[in-house]
Ligand binder design. Structure first.
Ligand code: CAO
Length: 587
C-alpha cells in the first residue's frame, strides 16, 4: 500500500483560502479528478480535484481551515504500483501539476526549458502566462487586462463590469465578473492604476485572452526581478508538475506556466472551483432557479447567515449584489420573526381580498391559534417522511360486526379505533424507537416504558388530542369506552389539560369522514403519528383470482431524525399484519 499526501495546488496566488466543504470521507475510493474539497478565497471558490486515484486514509483539514498552496489536504492510499508516489511522498492535487512527462518517461523539464517554452508558445503578450499586456514602458504605461485562463475554451458571459472609466483600482480589485452556466468568477486587476478604457460590454461573451480593461499604471514596467519571481513560481510549478507527473504517469492538460498568470481563477482547478458555489446555487432553487452571485457576495451571505435563494437580486439577470444581502438583513431585523414566519422565512404577502369581492373577517379562537402555532412549530422542526400501506381489515370488520350486539348491550360502540389503538400499542412495544422522544440537545433518546396514545378529535371548536393511557394494558371494551368518553369530552370542551398530556404516539383517524390517504404532521416531541383513512372494499389478487377485501389505508409520518425508513417499514408492516389478523394482538 503506497501512501500519498495530497496538497493544495497552485491556486493562482490566493494567499489564504478557506475550506468551505469537504467532499470526501475516510474510506472513500477516489477517482482521478474527483473533487476533494472546496476552497474559497475572497475572489474565487474552487474545487480541488484529486491528482491520483486511491482510498482516503486520512483527512488533514477541517471546514474553516485557511489553506495556501502546498498545504496538506489528505492522505490517499493506493495499492497500484506506480500510480502514486511512494509512501510518505506528497503531490499537489491539481492536475496542472502532473505533467505529461510521466507518460513519455522523459526526464522532467528544467525550470528554464519550461519557461522558454511558454515564452515561445505565447509570444510577447504571454497569453495565458499573464493576462495583462504592457503597451508602453516608462513612468506611466498602459496595461491591458485580458481574460485569464478560465479553465475552458468555451465562451463565458461577462455579467458585470465592476469599474468605470476614471476609477482608481488597486492590484487585485475586481474588474469584471464572468459567469458560465455553472460558475462565476471575478477577474481581478493585475496592477494598480487608473481605468482608461473599458474594452468590453456587459453581456458580452468572452474567451481566454480577450481584452477587458485598459489601465494607466504608474511606474516602470514590472522589474526584471519581479518577473523572475513570477517566472520562478511558474517554473517551480512546472518543475513540481513535471516531477509529479513523472512519478504519476498522468497527463497534464494545462501548461504549468499558469502559475505566473494573474491571480484570477488561473488554473483549471480554480475555474472548476468557481463552479462549486454556483452548482450549490443551482441546487438551492428556493426561488425556482439558480442563484446568481459572485464569490464575495456568497462569502458575505455566509458570514451573515443569509440563504441566498431567499434574496432577490437587483443586478443584471437577477444577480444578487452585496447591497441586496444587506437590504435583506435589514428587512429581516426590522420586521422580526413574527412577520417573517421565523427562521428567515419570507412573509406571505398581504392581499386585499375585498378588492376581488365581498369578504367577512372572523377572529380565530384561541384553540385554533394554538393549534396553528403547534403545527407550524412541528412542521418546521421535524423532518417528516410518510410511509403508506393498506391493512386488510376484512376479518377485523367481520369480527367487529359480530360484536355489535354486545357493544350495544354494554352501552358502547366498537369502531375500528380501539383495534387501531391495540395494534399500535403492540407495534410501539416491539419498535421502541417509535415510543421515544429526542432530547432537546439531540444527544439522546428518551425511551418511554409506558404506552400512552393520543387520539386526534375533530371538534367544532378545533382539533384536540386527548391521550389514552396505558393502551397496552387495556381490553378492547375498555378502549372502546375510553374512545367514546374522550371524544365526547373533547367535543363538549370538558377535557382537562392533563387529559391531553403525556402522549407517546398519535392516531389521527379520518376513517369516519373519508379520503384515501393523507400525511399527518408529527405531534412533537413524539416521533410518529398514524393517519388512518376510510376503508373500502377492493379486488385483491390471492394468487388464483381477485377476491373482494376490505382495505384500510394508513399513512405513518415520522421524525426522520429519529426513525429511519427501515424502522418505519417494519413498524408499518407489523401494524398492517396485526390489523389483518387480530389474533396476533394476543401476543
Ligand atoms: N374506515 C371505514 N369506516 C370507518 C373507519 C375507517 N377507517 N373509521 C371509522 N369508521 C366508521 C365507524 O365505524 C363509524 O361507522 P358506524 O357508526 O357505522 O360504526 C363511522 O365511521 C364514524 O366513526 P367515528 O369517527 O365516530 O368513530 P371512530 O372511533 O372511528 O373515531 C374519532 C373517533 C374521535 C377519532 C373521530 O370521530 C374523529 O374525530 N376523527 C377526526 C380526527 C381528525 O380530525 N384528524 C385530523 C387531525 S389533523 O388535522
Amino acid at each position: 500500500m503506497a501512501k500519498q499526501q495530497v496538497n493544495v495546488p497552485d491556486i493562482g496566488g490566493a494567499e489564504g483560502a478557506e475550506v468551505i466543504e469537504i467532499l470526501v470521507a475516510v474510506g472513500d475510493t477516489i477517482e482521478v479528478e474527483q473533487s476533494l474539497i472546496v476552497l474559497e478565497s475572497d475572489k474565487a471558490s474552487m474545487e480541488i480535484p484529486a491528482s491520483h486515484a486511491g482510498t482516503v486514509a486520512e483527512i488533514l483539514v477541517a471546514v474553516g481551515d485557511e489553506l495556501a498552496e502546498g498545504s496538506a489536504i489528505l492522505v490517499l492510499e493506493s495499492d497500484s504500483e506506480g500510480e502514486g508516489a511512494s509512501e510518505g511522498e506528497s503531490a499537489n492535487a491539481s492536475p496542472e501539476h502532473s505533467d505529461s512527462q510521466g507518460d513519455t518517461g522523459e526526464e522532467p523539464r528544467s525550470e528554464a526549458s519550461a519557461q522558454d517554452e511558454s515564452a515561445g508558445d505565447d509570444g510577447e503578450t504571454g497569453n495565458g502566462e499573464a493576462s495583462a499586456a504592457s503597451a508602453q514602458d516608462g513612468a506611466q504605461r498602459e496595461v491591458v487586462v485580458s481574460v485569464p485562463d478560465i479553465g475552458t475554451d468555451d465562451a463565458v458571459d461577462l455579467i458585470e463590469i465592476s469599474v468605470a472609466v476614471g476609477d482608481t483600482v488597486a492590484e487585485g480589485d475586481s474588474l469584471v465578473v464572468l459567469e458560465s452556466d455553472k460558475a462565476s468568477m471575478e477577474v481581478p486587476s493585475t496592477d494598480a492604476g487608473e481605468v482608461l478604457e473599458i474594452l468590453v460590454k456587459e453581456g458580452a461573451s468572452v474567451r481566454q485572452g480577450d481584452d477587458l480593461v485598459k489601465l494607466k499604471v504608474s511606474g516602470a514596467s514590472q522589474p526584471a526581478g519581479a518577473n523572475d519571481s513570477a517566472k520562478d513560481g511558474a517554473n517551480d510549478s512546472a518543475k513540481d508538475g513535471a516531477k509529479d507527473g513523472a512519478k504519476d504517469g498522468e497527463k497534464d492538460s494545462t501548461p504549468a506556466k499558469s502559475a505566473a498568470s494573474a491571480p484570477a481563477p488561473a488554473t483549471k482547478a480554480q475555474a472548476r472551483a468557481s463552479q462549486a458555489p454556483a452548482a450549490k446555487g443551482d441546487a438551492d432553487k428556493g426561488k425556482g432557479g439558480p442563484v446568481y452571485a459572485g464569490p464575495a457576495v456568497r462569502k458575505l451571505a455566509r458570514e451573515l447567515g443569509v440563504e441566498l435563494d431567499r434574496v432577490s437580486g437587483s443586478g443584471p439577470r437577477q444577480r444578487i449584489l452585496k447591497e441586496d444581502v444587506q437590504a435583506f438583513v435589514k428587512t429581516a431585523l426590522s420586521t422580526g420573526p413574527a412577520a417573517t414566519g421565523g427562521a428567515g422565512i419570507p412573509p406571505v404577502p398581504e392581499v386585499d381580498f375585498a378588492a376581488f369581492g365581498e369578504v367577512e373577517v372572523v377572529g380565530r379562537s384561541k384553540m385554533d391559534k394554538v393549534t396553528a402555532a403547534n403545527m407550524q412549530r412541528n412542521w418546521l422542526n421535524v423532518p417528516h417522511v410518510t410511509q403508506f400501506d393498506e391493512a386488510d381489515i376484512t376479518d377485523l370488520e367481520a369480527f367487529r360486526k359480530e360484536l355489535k350486539g354486545e357493544a350495544e348491550k354494554r352501552g358502547t360502540k366498537l369502531t375500528p379505533m380501539p383495534f387501531l389503538l391495540k395494534a399500535c400499542a403492540v407495534a410501539l412495544r416491539d419498535n421502541p424507537k417509535f415510543n421515544a422522544s429526542l432530547s432537546v440537545d439531540g444527544e439522546s433518546l428518551v425511551y418511554k416504558k409506558y404506552i400512552h396514545i393520543g387520539m386526534a378529535v375533530d371538534t367544532p371548536a378545533g382539533l384536540l388530542v386527548p391521550v389514552i393511557r396505558d393502551v397496552d394494558q387495556k381490553s378492547l371494551w375498555e378502549l372502546a369506552e375510553e374512545v367514546l368518553d374522550m371524544a365526547g369530552k373533547a367535543r363538549d370542551r370538558k377535557l382537562k389539560p392533563a387529559d391531553m398530556q403525556g402522549g407517546c404516539f398519535t392516531i389521527s383517524s379520518l376513517g369516519g369522514i373519508g379520503g384515501t390517504g393523507f400525511t399527518p404532521i408529527v405531534n412533537a416531541p413524539e416521533v410518529g403519528i398514524l393517519g388512518v383513512s376510510r376503508a373500502d372494499v377492493k379486488p385483491v389478487w390471492n394468487g388464483q383470482e381477485f377476491v373482494p377485501r376490505t382495505l384500510m389505508p394508513v399513512g405513518l409520518s415520522y421524525d426522520h431524525r429519529v426513525i429511519n425508513g427501515g424502522d418505519a417499514g417494519r413498524f408499518c408492516t407489523q401494524l398492517v399484519g396485526l390489523l389483518g389478523d387480530i389474533r396476533k394482538l394476543l401476543f
